[in-house]
Design a protein around this ligand. Sequence first.
Ligand code: GLP
Length: 261
Amino acid sequence: MKIGIFADPEAVADVAATLVITAMARTENRSLGVSTGSTPLPLYARLREAHARGEFTLEGVRAYSLDEYVGLPVEHPQSYRRVLFNELVGEGRTGLREEDLHTPNGHAEDVFAEAARYEESVIDARIKLQILGIGTNGHIGFNEPGTSLSARTHVEVLAKQTRSDNARFFGDDPDAVPELCITQGAGTIMEAKKLLLLATGATKATAVRAVVEGGISMHWPGSVLQWHDSVVLLADEEAAAELENADLYKERWELTTRRNM
Ligand code: GLP
């Protein structure tokens, strides 16, 4: 795992944007895994700015969401399809075409069959780069503690902690947060060629420490990333505050970046 530690979320977003822009320019297979939550929003703003300057486009790229709430109407402002549409789709944003934005259908009559369909489409897409955030309980996508680290796309029950963390998007009412979602499994996420994990803010410090320096365990689902051979973690100082080996990671980042490794 390559770990970069930066002063603040803005600096994290700058580096993340460079990585995404480079990865999407270089590749034949232009498929990008996108995530929601507040963490990647400054990155998406950078991508829109680069698009406005004519330096970057997601036109022709297929984008795949990690997850979606079950039961929210698609036009609900917090449905992940709506959030990603508003952030990325259209010429005024990043050039991503609406038909190239893929999200699980949280309104499917049979959400289990929908999870299986979505799994197949993600695997077929062979995601080149997957953007990830992390929950305060260590979840990636919506893989909550206790979920198999080799799980495929499935219907997940949201942890109480997650519903309370996400209540800020639902008028501060945890009960307004859906109880179920469809999420790529940790095993599905691990199939992406490269993973870009972003973590900012003090509320993520314990999860970052557990995921990077703890054992690989279902208790902290993001810890499965230790087993992937191409992960970049970009954290701000607050999210990195509990890392025991922070100085080593910083030295390694400096040296490998300088040598273009
Ligand atoms: C959300 C999403 C995750 C996200 C995480 C952290 O609910 N399902 O993909 O990484 O929880 O969210 P935030 O970035 O808002 O802290």
